[in-house]
Design a protein around this ligand. Structure first.
Ligand SMILES: *Cc1c(COP(=O)(O)O)cnc(C)c1O
Length: 495
């Protein structure tokens, strides 16, 4: 299987290992497989009898044909081992008439990013070897909160790599910031920036495109790569849990093999929902995908109007991992819907004017698969309370945005199919806002919020978050956006 760029220039095709090693294609596009492999119902039936790591190896082997099945299985077994994931890595919860919930936060950092970032560093190290790359890799990450911590945990002390994370100093939750600032490891750097996630992501993209920085790092024996969902190595492990969830829904008796289910995903950079889209294109029986946004509803507007317009007010919400106006992976969807030539044109318009518009015909194609909803802050809070009181289910702010969309979609469309709502973080990562949503009382964003929420609900604080307030701050630094380049160069000399 070869990988080609969404923008069409770099299209002789590269191996899976090369795509994972480099992150971004040389024309600035994102790597995509040259075709989408198929899963038949009998494949799905067979996979349903396997454990999660084996399910992962099955799906990965369809895409990463330059890795052996043995390598993929070994990496998946290590990534989803019981010392990292407590029990099933991606269990389903039954919410009765509200459908099913897929919980993706049982990993080491309590957010769904662990599903990919537990596995990706292992694929990456093999990729470096397969490509006979001798330089050190510096993994550059822009994070809206959860990717940073999950990538730090995945790459810390991994030989041949260092990792540098930029996060918006005032754009993450208290727990998220502490998780990153207290990160241990000899090859890590964590820096806050005085901007929002888009500023961090644009800064990182600028550094990737800067030939002068590239050659300076090269002289130090360092090359850059990415752990963001623009990297194919992030996306392919995310396809696995959709296949796995479908298998489990069949095994539970909620659906029959071959029945379609709808899926609702809380969306920011469009990585998670795009993995679902790929699963559908592979043949997994998925009906509609519901794209749930918070007040930064650029995707809701895109899906209803056919115009992507990032020139709008940026809102800081209680679901910060979705506070994004430029959803990078939408580029992959465009590529599949309209091809590389027009994708390149739209991306140029986005960079130059901040907007692009699709034809009605193209939008009709996209709308066969996707529908968008967004939740206001008050609706998010109400949904947290509703789920706890009616379904005995404690959900975080991001999951609440999705559940709110699920309930609206069901109501408006009289939807008959089962809906799978994707739950992307532990409520304790956003304990303060969850507590306030449940009680109407302010916790002063206090770290006590974790204990207060535990006392209120009797749901245990996940062990990775216990005592987070007492750990030593190792990375207090915060810089201005224009200092990101310098910070990267200095880190390269140090590592
Ligand atoms: C990253 C994240 C999202 C958004 O996922 P994308 O793949 O960026 O669309 C949603 N919820 C949580 C908790 C996240 O960490």
């Amino acid at each position: 299987m070869k990988y080609i760029s969404t923008r069409g220039k770099d299209n002789a095709g590269v191996s899976g290992a090369y795509a994972i090693k480099s992150g971004l294609a040389s024309d600035g596009g994102l790597y995509m497989p040259e075709y989408i492999p198929r899963l038949s119902l009998s494949d799905i039936e067979r996979i349903s009898h396997l454990r999660y790591p084996e399910r992962a190896a099955e799906v990965l082997s369809l895409y990463l044909t330059d890795y052996t099945y043995g390598e993929l299985l070994e990496d998946a077994e290590a990534a989803y081992s019981s010392d990292r994931f407590d029990g099933h890595p991606a269990p389903l919860t039954d919410l009765g008439d509200a459908g099913l919930m897929l919980e993706l936060w049982h990993g080491p950092t309590c957010a769904f990013k662990d599903m990919a970032l537990s596995l990706m560093p292992r694929l990456f190290v093999r990729a470096v070897r397969k490509c006979k790359e001798e330089r050190q890799a510096m993994i550059l990450v822009a994070t809206s909160g959860d990717t940073g911590k999950a990538a730090l945990e995945g790459y810390r002390d991994v030989e041949g790599t260092s990792i540098k994370v930029f996060y918006p100093t005032d754009g993450v939750s208290r727990v998220q910031r502490l998780q990153m600032q207290t990160q241990t490891g000899n090859n890590v750097s964590v820096v806050g920036i005085n901007g929002n996630f888009d500023d961090a992501q644009n800064g990182v993209k600028r550094i990737f495109a800067d030939e002068q920085i590239k050659s300076e790092l090269d002289r130090n024996g360092v090359f850059l790569s990415s752990a963001n969902s623009i990297n194919w190595g992030r996306l392919v492990p995310q396809i696995v849990y959709y296949v796995s969830a479908y298998c489990d829904a069949v095994t539970m008796g909620r659906i029959k093999l071959g029945d379609q289910i709808d899926v609702c995903v809380p969306t920011g950079n469009f990585g998670n929902i795009f993995a679902c889209y790929l699963a559908k294109k592979m043949g997994l029986p998925i009906g509609k995908m519901i794209c749930a946004s918070n007040m930064n509803n650029v995707l809701t507007d895109f899906l209803s109007l056919g115009v992507y317009n990032r020139c709008r007010e940026f809102h800081t919400t209680m679901s910060p991992s979705m506070d994004i106006l430029i959803s990078s992976n939408l580029e992959r969807l465009l590529y599949m819907a309209v091809g590389s030539e027009r994708t390149a044109k739209y991306m140029k318009e986005l960079a130059e004017c901040g907007r692009y518009a699709l034809s009605d015909e193209d939008m009709d194609k996209i709308r066969c698969d996707l529908i968008g909803y967004h939740a206001e802050e008050s609706e998010t809070a109400k949904t947290i309370k509703w789920a706890y009181e009616n379904k005995n289910c404690l959900i975080d702010t991001h999951t609440a945005v999705a559940l709110c969309a699920t309930l609206r979609y069901k109501d408006e469309n009289k939807a008959e199919r089962n809906i799978l709502t994707v739950s992307t973080a532990s409520a304790y990562k956003f304990a303060s806002d969850v507590y306030t949503s449940l009680t109407g009382e302010d916790t002063q964003n206090d770290l006590n919020a974790l204990e207060m929420l535990e006392a209120l609900t009797s749901v245990k604080i996940p062990s990775p978050l216990k005592g987070i307030g007492e750990r030593e701050i190792l990375h207090p630094e915060s810089i201005s956006v224009c200092d990101m380049e310098r910070s990267v160069k200095e880190f390269a000399k140090r590592s």
